[in-house]
Design a protein around this ligand. Sequence first.
Ligand code: KIV
Length: 272
Amino acid sequence: MNTAEITALKNKRKITMLTAYDYPVAELVDKAGIDIILVGDSLANVILGLDSTKQVGMAEMLHHTKAVRRAVKNSLLVADMPYESYQAHPEECVKNARRFIDEAGAEAVKLEWFENCPQVTRAIASSGIPVMGHIGLTPQTVDKIGGFKVQGKDAQAAKKLIEQAQELERCGCFSIVLECVPDKISELISGKIHIPVIGIGAGVHCDGQVLVINDMLGLFNRYMPKFVKKYADLSALASKAIEEFRDEVLREEFPDKEHSFGIKEEELNKLK
Ligand code: KIV
């Protein structure tokens, strides 16, 4: 998958996208034929146990993107730009975006809407690096948008989202993520721009759907937004396996013969 192929999928079929943060999970996602793998800054919450996505920086994002790169053969690999790399330091945005491509092997970067978003997006896109936008609920600036809640719920707020989507298309984005908005507003936005709109909590009318992998696999249970569908309960499976290991060790049932190494009796006798 490349960015042109993703853009061309609009109005043909739905686009699939999931996050991944390490080699084994990225390998599963890639092999399942998911179109886009995002190394999201949700890394902060679901992998590193931090409270805010603002708390991850370039070092962590590059480190995890490199691990994912080693597994991905077919999906398009997109890396999330952390807050510090373009919102705190807009003048550094192109240099930091380039590091994701050159050092970590990403094929595109994603950045969230903020007041200087058009300038930053235009600078990165015109340097030749594909950009995915992100509007609606933007966790990096959650304090400025009234908290973790549905966005675009009245006509004025929805109009702003439509304008942001159109602006990002003009700035050169190849697609956008639309997070946590009413489904009718997503339908309007998807119909007004020519690049794919990939929804999360944005209803069925988007051009594609994305979820955080740890949420949909049941590997992150601290909180669960309404829009997450849990496709598996891997936490429960893992807990059961860990408890079984604990009990078998305590009962001296593990390791058994099958998981141990032997030595010839004659060699052993030489030690006696
Ligand atoms: O960081 C992330 O995982 C994201 C998705 C919610 C799209 O931005």
